[in-house]
Design a protein around this ligand. Structure first.
Ligand code: 5GP
Length: 225
């Protein structure tokens, strides 16, 4: 089955001016530019939902949310997948008996300190992986940088013998440190910059920001841990 390729944000794209959007001054003073406006993200998530729903067909599955960053994307994506399922069931009442049940599970992974990925990855909520045995699993992640977190999660998950594993990430960063891991369903391929917003943080700040933005040096210093 075919899934849509990621939208590539080129390396030389400087982003949109902050003044073109409504960003509160308490946040904008720490930012450089808007890399991907929130509305654009919604449009892309809609397409990802269609790609995933088409592949899953009527198979039951569990969506595994990787916290904390992944929760907003998870919520938006699942809302759209559920809507597609609702339409399909309403249009095809004969499917009712095998109606697809979407279950959800949450896991929390932590690998970041300031703006760099560390080797140590903490897993919180490991007991939720036991429920994935024999299930079709869709892992939902916010961003893949070096790919280490995802490879580690996949290794871990395989010990619980799920039926199938699919991975979606809203963003994949183009970095020389990449281990080459590329999810099947990727929203955007972005330059090697540290980004915040849309529930993605910098030491727990900037989650409220409704666009994906690049921080300025002042912001990195101000909120470094
Ligand atoms: P990886 O193990 O692939 O290097 O890192 C993946 C994790 O690092 C992501 O789940 C995310 O939490 C965090 N991360 C990587 N790049 C960024 C970034 O540009 N901004 C933010 N806020 N988090 C990032």
């Amino acid at each position: 089955s075919k899934s849509s390729p990621p939208i590539v944000i080129p390396d030389d794209f400087e982003g949109y001016p902050l003044e073109s959007f409504r960003i509160t001054p308490n946040l904008s003073k720490y930012l450089q530019s808007v890399l991907i406006p929130g509305g654009f993200i919604q449009d892309r998530v809609e397409r990802l939902a269609c790609d995933i729903a088409a592949d899953l067909g009527n198979e039951p599955f569990t969506a595994l949310c990787v916290l904390k960053g992944g929760y907003l994307f998870f919520n938006n994506l699942l809302e759209k997948i559920r809507q597609l399922h609702r339409y399909r069931l309403l249009d095809n009442p004969e499917l009712q008996d095998e109606a697809q049940q979407i279950k959800v599970e949450f896991i929390r992974l932590k690998s970041y300190e300031n703006t760099s990925s560390t080797n140590q990855i903490q897993v919180i909520g490991i007991e939720s992986l036991e429920t994935l045995r024999g299930r079709n699993v869709l892992i939902v992640e916010d961003i893949i940088d070096t790919g280490r977190t995802m490879v580690k999660l996949l290794d871990l998950l395989e010990q619980y013998e799920p039926r199938t594993i699919r991975v979606t990430s809203l963003l994949v960063k183009r970095t020389p440190l990449s281990n080459g891991y590329m999810p099947k369903y990727t929203g955007f391929s972005i330059p090697n910059k540290f980004i915040v917003g849309c529930n993605m943080d910098y030491n727990e700040y900037f989650r409220d920001l409704n666009h994906l933005c690049v921080m300025n040096e002042y912001g990195k210093q101000k909120y470094s841990s």
